[in-house]
Design a protein around this ligand. Structure first.
Ligand code: HAM
Length: 456
């Protein structure tokens, strides 16, 4: 086959064999966040470019090199979101949510776009699960945020992932630090890349985040912000550490974490895996006390994090943690002969109307081939309608997992299947949680969330 137009470099298709697990994961993450009081927000995939230049920062790699920016037909400069925070804060301001009870806590699963060099764990279109908490100044909020990310890993049974913590201070203590960085990097200008030469005059902290190996090596000896924190920032940082210790959440302080986006203040953190190659940061976040004001709102200390779903799934794969992929075909109704085929169509139609996923033969296949197909699509139950069944109006429902069979009147299929499937779902949910290891959630809540039933 000669494919004329392949997928764009750095993008990925999620095929039906994996989409169930992905949807399960996304729902699980939003449900876990809901348990911490976060409600989902959905914002557009593109925004005015200026939102990101102001929000994310003019000297960041994301803004200078990685944004997908274009003019629309009306001549407006728009950008595909490179991250979720700026859009969430924009929506928070635009809809006056700051007038409601604070803090406001929002969660999202969203596609993001960055023109980066694709490699394992780094794509040009990728997905983030993120949360933002707006209007919370206390160190308890930082610790709660971190504890949510930690509980995602715990619930999924992920191990060997380390939490690194740092404080990058506030604008007032950063002045002195910036002066120290200027003095340090100023003496090394000949070693820096051309972008960092420019950053030196504009925002020397960004040099700490440069991906060039030479600049990274120079940055290793640079002064660290922790040594320049003002009294209040130091106290805040110590408060966060005390809360983490009270919750028994293990961390290491890494004074070299600066994060790649300009809006951060005070606490920054990353969850890093050593098992998925060079792009090991699965989750990153921190406080952004000045962003709401920067985007035109009131002064409002806020914070959040985002987790890369592709990287999270790389870790799950590496650690052999399988996500359940529920859904699919509940019953396959095989038939022999033209009249039986009509009955199969009619039964499937009525089952579907009652919320039961049913399939029947669409290809005019032999009974043997139909049964083979039922096995391939993973039908939970099968039934065969032939002459005998048409005469008696009843057929045997067979559970494919263990061969259990029970005769049921064709008119009672929906009722009987509902009971059988509900029973199976509960034991399936228990298995799913067993596969996660020692999870903390109620498996039925997660499973119901997945199947679309009401959970609250
Ligand atoms: P970020 O560190 O730029 O932070 O991205 C968060 C996560 O998204 C990363 O840790 C990584 O897992 C994933 N990620 C980033 N770029 C790529 C890529 N090219 N391919 C695959 N995965 C990627 C933010 O975006 C902030 N908005 C997080 C935040 C929310 N801070 C406060 N609130």
């Amino acid at each position: 086959m000669a494919l004329i137009t392949p997928a764009v470099k750095g993008t990925k298709d999620i095929l039906p064999s994996r989409s169930g697990a992905v949807r399960f994961l996304e729902t699980l993450l939003l449900e876990l966040a809901a348990g911490f009081g976060f409600k989902e927000i959905r914002t557009p995939v593109f925004e005015y470019t200026e939102l990101f230049t102001r929000g994310v920062g003019e000297t960041t790699d994301v803004v200078t090199k990685e944004m997908y920016t274009f003019d629309d037909k009306g001549g407006r400069s728009l950008t595909l979101k490179p991250e979720g925070t700026a859009g969430a804060v924009r929506a928070f301001l635009e809809h006056g949510l700051f007038n409601e009870t604070l803090p406001q806590k929002v969660s999202y699963v969203t596609s993001c776009y960055r023109y980066e060099k694709p490699q394992a764990g780094r794509y040009r279109e990728f997905n983030q699960f993120g949360v933002e908490c707006l209007g919370a100044a206390a160190p308890a909020a930082d610790a709660e945020m971190i504890s949510l990310a930690q509980s995602v890993f715990d619930f999924l049974g992920v191990s060997r992932i380390r939490l690194e913590l740092n404080s990058i201070g506030c604008p007032s203590c950063r002045k002195q630090y910036t002066a120290a960085l200027l003095a340090y990097f100023g003496s090394k200008t000949s070693e820096l890349c051309s972008s960092c030469g420019e950053r030196l005059g504009k925002n020397p902290m960004r040099i700490l985040d440069c991906k060039s190996p030479v600049c990274s090596a120079v940055a290793l000896q640079a002064p660290v912000m922790l040594d320049y924190l003002c009294g209040e920032c130091r106290e805040h940082f110590e408060g966060v550490r005390r809360y983490l210790e009270a919750m028994d959440i293990a961390y290491t302080v890494n004074p070299r974490i600066v994060r790649g986006l300009d809006y951060y203040t005070r606490t920054v953190f990353e969850f890093v895996s050593g098992e998925i190659g060079a792009q090991g940061t699965v989750c990153g976040g921190g406080r952004y006390d000045g962003l709401v004001e920067e985007l035109g709102g009131p002064s409002m200390p806020s914070l959040g994090f985002a987790m890369g779903l592709e990287r999270l799934m790389l870790v799950l794969d590496k650690q052999n943690i399988r996500l359940p992929s529920p859904g699919g075909c509940a019953v396959y109704i095989a038939s022999v002969g033209g009249e039986a085929s009509l009955k199969a169509a009619q039964t499937a139609y009525s089952l579907r109307a009652q919320g039961i996923a049913a399939e029947f033969d669409l290809a005019g296949r032999s009974l043997k081939a139909q049964m083979k197909y039922a096995g391939k699509i993973g039908a939970a139950y099968t039934a065969v309608i032939g002459e005998e069944e048409l005469k008696t109006g009843s057929a045997a429902l067979k559970r494919m997992a263990d061969g259990f069979e029970i005769p049921v009147a064709l008119g009672d299929f929906a009722q009987k299947l509902s009971l059988l499937l509900a029973d199976d779902a509960l034991s399936g949910a228990a298995q799913a949680v067993a596969a996660f290891g020692p999870g903390q959630g109620d498996p039925r809540v997660i499973f119901k969330a997945f199947s679309g039933e009401e959970t609250h």
